[in-house]
Ligand binder design. Sequence first.
Ligand SMILES: [Zn+2]
Length: 384
Amino acid sequence: MCLRKPVQCIIPPHMLKNIAEKGKPGQSDKALMTLVSTEQLRGRRTGLTNVAAMFPAAATGRGKYRVVYSANNGMSLPGMPIRKEGESPVADHAANEAYEGSGHTYDLFHQVYGRNSIDGKGSILDSTVHYQDSYDNAFWDGQQMVYGDGDEDLPVGDRIFNRFTTSVDVIGHELTHGVIQNGSRLMYWGQSGALNESFADVFGILVRQYRDRQPARTSDWLIGAGIFTGNIRAKGLRSMIEPGNAYEDPMLGRDPQPGHMSAFVNTTTDNAGVHINSGIPNRAFCMAALELGGYAWEKAGRVWYEAMDGRLAEVATFQEAADMTIKISGEMFGSGSLEQQAITNGWKAVGIYYSGKAPKPAAPKSGGCLGTFLSFAAIVRGNR
Ligand SMILES: [Zn+2]
């Protein structure tokens, strides 16, 4: 398994396992199929080699450029192009939602943080909709976004998931995995993996807040609020403000996220809890943003962006992320500033205290999965 360029899915494995165990036959079969096909994807690098040939002027080095494809319920990526930058909406709702959502994500990163697309160099934002037949997931595959249609094939009363393009914070979340891949490259395992997930949630919610020009205090701080149907007792996939309280449902079970270090979950499943312990740094960001007031993307978001964009080591811990964001807020707003105090308090609220030490510097970037393996080996050695 490559821990630096994993296939990063929005629906965590524990949720699909619960559905496979407790769902009706149609629901259970689909959850199992999604689990199996996601496993098959891991390690497989899908190619976009034809994109530059199809749209040569748009390959890199320009501004916002989106291309949406349809896999036509197959597995071949990227599929057939159905809408590209500047074209009018098409009859396909999922295609239009993917187009708009990737545009809102581009706008946040470009207009607020001055970043030109995922790689900072104007890379095309590619999205594929209608992946497989009613696939119950959405993922960043290391190069592009891919969306399933959810449970549109099941009887209305049995549907669990809506189509995955309905939630702009899900789109923002997945594309942020691409930004991280080009920035701090947080390894997708344990605490650094949970930080990877948390940064994706932070910028996922910021994409929605920025689109709606919504202040921190009025946000619901939910990731994936629209992806469950009314058949499921869920507010969303994750609650950044109340980790552990996004859902409680007979089929899904209870949201397993902790919101404090005292409840940190030690597990080897889910890449050692990347979608579980991310609740802790999520809540730290939320508390800091609420104390700062105003728009969360302006101050807290700017600090988190800087940390994500290459300041953190690939194997950063929660403590190092806290120390780094507190350090960055001192550089941006002044040592002892209200901003630095708010961010210090955010981490304190989840049981992480500023160590006063200089955080470990980011490691020089090494290529591909071999570099990740070596970093992982270093962690294992360090843990002995
Ligand atoms: Zn993710």
